[in-house]
Design a protein around this ligand. Structure first.
Ligand code: N01
Length: 565
């Protein structure tokens, strides 16, 4: 399944390389003011749990995860909004490092719903006995690199202090909720929620008048479900969005059997393509086929549902002319589905190339506008002026509502990292170092922050990928690097300003091969958060290309990094 140095042989085998294993475990258990530990990991989602398991069980090191939530799951612990599901197909939205885990877990639906993903992650925590090394309800307050000891001093909001050789952030790319700074929110007499911080007890929309602000992937998933419960829903759209039908369905026994029997092949496909999905982008131009054939291909993929539509032609994301063909097809579909022409016009009036902003996958989103209890407001024409005691006031009208749902996204990729008080060499704060935009080498390390690793940090494929294979690739690389250091008795790994500059050029160069940077109001560029520097953040060269770069760096003796004993 995986061929990395540190993969399990068997299902759950301790890989002992740490000569001081017993000693280091004992030190960790000693109650002292500052607990000595090999590694502190922040975040107990997909990344943090696999990183813990890799360091603890493959390398035999002492490691602890600090998690602010009261449960494991990361994104899937917090994002409990109505309709929350994954846009990746379930058989690809899972770990592949353990054959036993792949074989024993059964997904029920093509796209797993949030509760099912959370059950899966809890199953992983139990199966691999991760819980004793995860500190829930614990927020990391600061992490400071001590140059005299080459260790990180990490402090939590409970007053614990850890001295760790390695400090690994696994905080997720979309975990810092972006509640827009619209004037008047505290005046609102009803209830308001951000989708990324949804109440665990749920929200009862029955009989309520609801405002939904935002029509990204989240809003597009939530709106149909809220509309089916609420008395009335007013959707406030700033930017019209493309969306692909998901075509949800229960998985058949045959498919489940197929996915298990072909797990190695599926994993091979996921890790050797651009987006980490279980299918390849077709190696043909949109202009290699006739108009009729193209229409038929799009029609079939539209019926099939999901991101395969985006993968139908290799130039959809690199050629504006090719992209126009895909965009026109979707706009035609919107007009076919939405019965009121003025609403269809608003939904189809899309100002950016298809998939240059992350395209949502929906369950009857456009159909929802045919309901009598749903209205669509064009914020481009009548912007929101303020929130009032009664609801949402645009430039022409006050909309009275009982509940406001902010589906307004996240301070993506950097938000959670700069919010933490992280201090590297020479007391340099991460938030200051990144004040003009993130600077990393490979999205794995930040110059001036030795022994700190960022799982799926800015500068890595991360959000442009199906996340689990991107996470596994990163965690495996970090684990192999740490294994190398422990075997060679190396104390410090750090990257340089030159490596950071070089990588920023690479990130920009591969982004410029695509249409992605042409969208100036995209969260990929940080444009959704007022005042955030606008820098294209993820690595757009694709997972396969990125993996090769990382492997080449390793093969060349960790080129671009420096070690010290
Ligand atoms: O956030 P978004 P999201 N006034 O930033 C609007 C992942 N995800 O939570 O486009 C009015 O995409 C904003 O308008 P505009 C996925 O990667 C995955 O929906 O900036 N409107 C936009 O319409 C996704 O891309 C799954 O003009 C305001 C919306 O709010 C990412 O999360 C499911 C506003 C925000 O859209 C983020 O998606 C869901 C304001 N002041 C999400 N501020 C999976 O299935 C913002 N908006 C895995």
């Amino acid at each position: 399944m995986q061929s990395d140095d540190v993969s399990f042989s068997g299902s759950y085998k301790l890989f002992l390389i740490n000569k001081n294993k017993n000693h280091s475990r004992k030190r960790d258990n000693t109650m002292s003011a500052v607990q000595q530990i090999d590694a502190i990991i922040v975040g107990a989602g997909f990344s943090g749990m696999y990183q813990l398991l890799s360091l603890r069980d493959k390398l035999g090191m002492s490691a602890k995860v600090l998690e602010a939530g009261s449960g494991v799951g990361g994104t899937w612990f917090w994002n409990r909004y109505p309709g929350a599901r994954c846009d990746s197909e379930s058989h690809s939205y899972m770990y592949y490092f353990s054959k036993e885990l792949v074989n024993e877990w059964e997904w029920t639906e093509r796209y797993p719903q949030q509760p099912e993903i959370l059950r899966y992650l809890n199953h992983v925590a139990d199966k691999f006995k991760l819980r004793p090394d995860i500190e829930l309800n614990t927020r990391m307050q600061s992490a400071k690199f001590d140059e005299s000891t080459n260790r990180w001093l990490i402090t939590t909001d409970k007053g614990q202090q850890y001295s760790a050789k390695y400090f690994i952030t696994a905080v997720g790319c979309l975990s810092s909720a972006n509640v827009p700074k619209i004037e008047g929110i505290p005046d609102f007499k009803g209830k308001w929620y951000h989708t990324g911080e949804w109440p665990h007890e749920g929200v009862d929309f029955t009989g309520k008048r609801v405002a939904v602000i935002g029509t990204g992937s989240t809003g597009i998933q939530a709106i149909p479900v809220i509309a089916s419960q609420a008395a009335h829903v007013t959707v406030f759209q700033r930017t019209a969005n493309f969306s692909l039908p998901a075509r949800h369905h229960k998985l058949s026994a045959d498919f489940k059997k197929y996915a298990k029997e072909h797990a190695d092949d599926i994993y091979e496909i996921m890790t050797t393509n651009t987006n980490g999905h279980p299918f390849h982008i077709q190696n043909r131009s949109i202009f290699d086929v006739s108009d009729d054939d193209r229409e038929q291909i799009f029609e079939e993929l539209w019926e099939q549902g999901g991101f395969q539509f985006r993968a139908a032609f290799k130039d959809i994301l690199t050629s504006q002319k090719a992209n126009d063909k895909a965009a026109q097809f979707i706009q035609k579909k919107i007009r076919e589905v939405v019965k009121k022409p003025e609403v269809a016009d608003l939904l189809a009036d899309i100002d950016h190339p298809f998939a240059a902003k992350r395209p949502p996958v929906d369950d009857h989103y456009f159909e929802t506008y045919n309901r009598d209890n749903v209205d669509l407001i064009n914020l481009r024409k009548t912007p929101i002026e303020r929130i009032t005691a009664k609801g949402v006031k645009t430039s022409d009208k006050e909309y009275e509502v009982d509940i406001i749902v902010f589906a307004t996204g996240f301070d993506a990729l950097t938000g959670s990292l700069v919010k933490m008080d992280i201090e590297g060499r020479n007391h340099r704060k991460l938030k200051d170092y990144w004040s003009a935009g993130p600077r990393t080498y490979l999205g794995l390390q930040v110059p001036g922050f030795p022994n700190m690793f960022t799982v799926t940090g800015p500068g890595s494929p991360s959000v442009l990928c199906n996340m689990p294979p991107a996470i596994e690739q990163h965690v495996n690389w970090i684990t192999n690097c740490i294994k190398h250091m422990e075997e060679k008795n190396l104390n410090v790994i750090e990257t340089s300003e030159e490596s950071g500059d070089y990588w920023q050029q690479q990130v920009n160069a591969v982004a410029n091969e695509t249409l992605l940077p042409t969208v100036k109001h995209s969260w990929y560029l940080g444009a959704n958060v007022p005042g955030k520097p606008q820098v294209f953040m993820p690595y757009a060269g694709g997972l396969a290309r990125y993996t090769k770069v990382c492997n080449d760096v390793t093969a060349k003796g960790y080129e671009g990094f420096k070690f010290a004993s």
